[in-house]
Design a protein around this ligand. Structure first.
Ligand SMILES: Cc1cc2nc3c(=O)[nH]c(=O)nc-3n(C[C@H](O)[C@H](O)[C@H](O)COP(=O)(O)O)c2cc1C
Length: 188
């Protein structure tokens, strides 16, 4: 019987990470998975800054939102950047840079799961100081930080996050997002 890919099934936005370093070979495979994503005209609009040097990691972590305290343990953060004109900009609002960059991040997350890592993208950070630390040009968007770490101690999390760690996956009923043959009247 065909079933979901195990990495898709297993991936969750887990937070209880240890500070155990991620070997270089593992980092390379994750980044290779990312750049193998498809993109419009093969434009490859994604730009990744792999942050793992202790000093730089520490400075980046100073600018996480307070709710992302758990990411301070992480030994590896990938800063994901792009800009609309790095990729196709077609009629009717079809700007593909963000779409294609998202696909490359999905590859990265799933390869990370394959490697036994927790992989967790976040938007809760101050982009301007982090861009400055990483020397990202002003007109490039720092879209997300992907936090990577091997599974660690759940007790290091606050109560709410400990519960989330053990919770089931939450999704709308599938017909709230998937329709067949026509856009349903119930969707706005
Ligand atoms: C663009 C993006 C931003 C996110 N930002 C945060 C964040 O700042 N902090 C956090 O703890 N989780 C963050 N998440 C994780 C989501 O909350 C999580 O993926 C979602 O609740 C679904 O849960 P699941 O990934 O375990 O299926 C983010 C996810 C994405 C894709």
């Amino acid at each position: 019987m065909k079933e979901l890919l195990p990495e898709i099934r297993e991936r969750r936005a887990y937070r209880a990470m240890s500070d155990k370093p991620v070997p270089d070979k593992v980092v390379s495979r994750i980044m290779e998975a990312a750049v193998l994503a498809p993109s419009c005209f093969n434009n490859q609009p994604w730009r990744f800054i792999v942050v793992r040097e202790a000093g730089v990691l520490g400075r980046v972590k100073e600018h996480l939102s307070s709710g992302n305290y758990w990411a301070k343990a992480a030994p590896l953060i990938v800063a994901v950047c792009t800009r609309a004109d790095f990729d196709c900009q077609l009629s009717a609002g079809r700007d593909y840079a963000f779409f294609d960059t998202g696909m490359s991040v999905a590859n990265m997350l799933l390869q990370g799961v394959r490697e036994g890592l927790y992989t967790h993208p976040i938007a809760g950070f101050s982009p301007l100081p982090i861009k400055e630390i990483l020397q990202v040009p002003e007109d490039v968007t720092l879209l997300t930080l992907v936090i990577f770490g091997y599974p660690g101690e759940t007790l290091a999390l606050n109560e709410k996050h400990q519960e989330a760690e053990a919770s089931g996956r939450q999704r709308r009923a599938i017909d709230g997002n998937v329709a067949y043959d026509r856009w349903p009247g119930s969707w706005v």
